[in-house]
Design a binder for this molecule. Structure first.
Ligand SMILES: C[S@@+](CC[C@H](N)C(=O)[O-])C[C@H]1O[C@@H](n2cnc3c(N)ncnc32)[C@H](O)[C@@H]1O
Length: 292
């Protein structure tokens, strides 16, 4: 049940719980359509959740970026209105999905990975709030496995300690701010996950980011590069910051830069959580018992 701690929202409007919205809808006063923002995971069909499949199954209309629509199994799309749009058409996609829901259709808008991580959930909520529709539509946001988790699992355990995620796309965030975030993350010794690291027009940004990282971190700091995690063409590279080949990185790739303690062991990247001290006392304890 959704609620807020005070009786009215920031804008002075009362907010009601989902159950109340549902009741309201059943009374016929508002639209009966539903809008599900569905995270479909990193791509591999075994990485989509049951809840996501069920949401897509229930939908009369599926809207999404062409690549994500293509990743869906044919059976899930059969008999449905499927609307796919290309890159940079996020606003158009969301508007179409909202319109279909307003028309009373059960609608699913699919988003790669998790919809709340550089995905469609935020834009849908922003557009609904602009139209004052948030409380008037049956809205559900369904989480998905983010690319950072898929990549991390393929690399080993690189994000076992505090990490930050930074998108290198400067389409909507000024490059100066992105650089500042990288610098602050380096100062905090965070593991750094780099999303949207490169594209045909943006190759220089990755090189600049690597230069910044090299200024603050040792040359041997481990870096994991994962392309097309869990889907066709998957590639996993474990290297160090000095040896990254920017040419292997594209917009289907994610990078994980280790912190000062991250190490590589037998082809796995490990960022220690800090259990070593515990192991030491455990070992001492075992040795002591043997002596008794
Ligand atoms: C717009 S963001 C979408 C992120 C997504 N919502 C998530 O939760 O991971 C697109 C970026 O995610 C990363 N990405 C998404 N899927 C990926 C995959 N299967 N393998 C590697 N990187 C991926 C790439 O960095 C890509 O440029």
């Amino acid at each position: 049940m959704r609620g807020i701690s005070n009786s009215s929202g920031k804008d002075g409007r009362n907010r009601c719980s989902k159950t109340e919205v549902q009741k309201f809808n059943n009374s016929g006063s508002l639209k009966k359509g539903s809008l599900r923002v569905v995270g479909i995971g990193p791509g591999g069909s075994e990485h989509i959740t049951k809840r996501a499949i069920s949401a897509i199954d229930k939908a009369e209309v599926i809207v999404g970026y062409t690549t994500y629509i293509e990743l869906l199994e044919e059976g899930l799309k059969k008999g449905k209105e499927v609307i796919s749009t290309g890159m940079m058409k996020e606003i158009e996609r969301c508007k179409i999905a909202i319109e279909k829901a307003k028309q009373g259709k059960s609608t699913a808008i699919v988003s790669g990975g998790d919809p709340g991580i550089y995905g469609m959930a935020g834009l849908i909520l922003e557009l609904l709030s602009l139209e004052d529709l948030i409380d008037k539509i049956n809205l559900e946001i369904i989480p998905g496995v983010p690319a950072l988790c898929a990549a991390s699992a393929l690399l080993g355990a690189p994000i076992m300690h505090d990490f930050v995620s930074i998108s290198l796309s400067d389409l909507m965030t000024p490059w100066e701010l992105i650089k500042k975030r990288i610098i602050l993350a380096l100062e905090g010794d965070f593991v750094i996950v780099l999303y949207n690291p490169s594209s045909k027009k943006r190759k220089r940004k990755l090189k600049e980011a690597i230069e910044l990282i090299r200024e603050k971190r040792e040359d041997k700091v481990p870096v994991g590069i994962v392309k097309d995690a869990t889907r066709e063409g998957e590639e996993i590279i474990i290297t160090d910051i000095r040896s990254i080949d920017p040419e292997v990185v594209d917009m289907r790739t994610i990078l994980i830069i280790g912190n000062s303690t991250t190490k590589i062991h037998d082809g796995f990247m490990i960022t220690p959580r800090g259990y070593e001290d515990k192991y030491e006392s455990f070992e001492k304890f075992k040795a002591l018992r043997k002596k008794l």
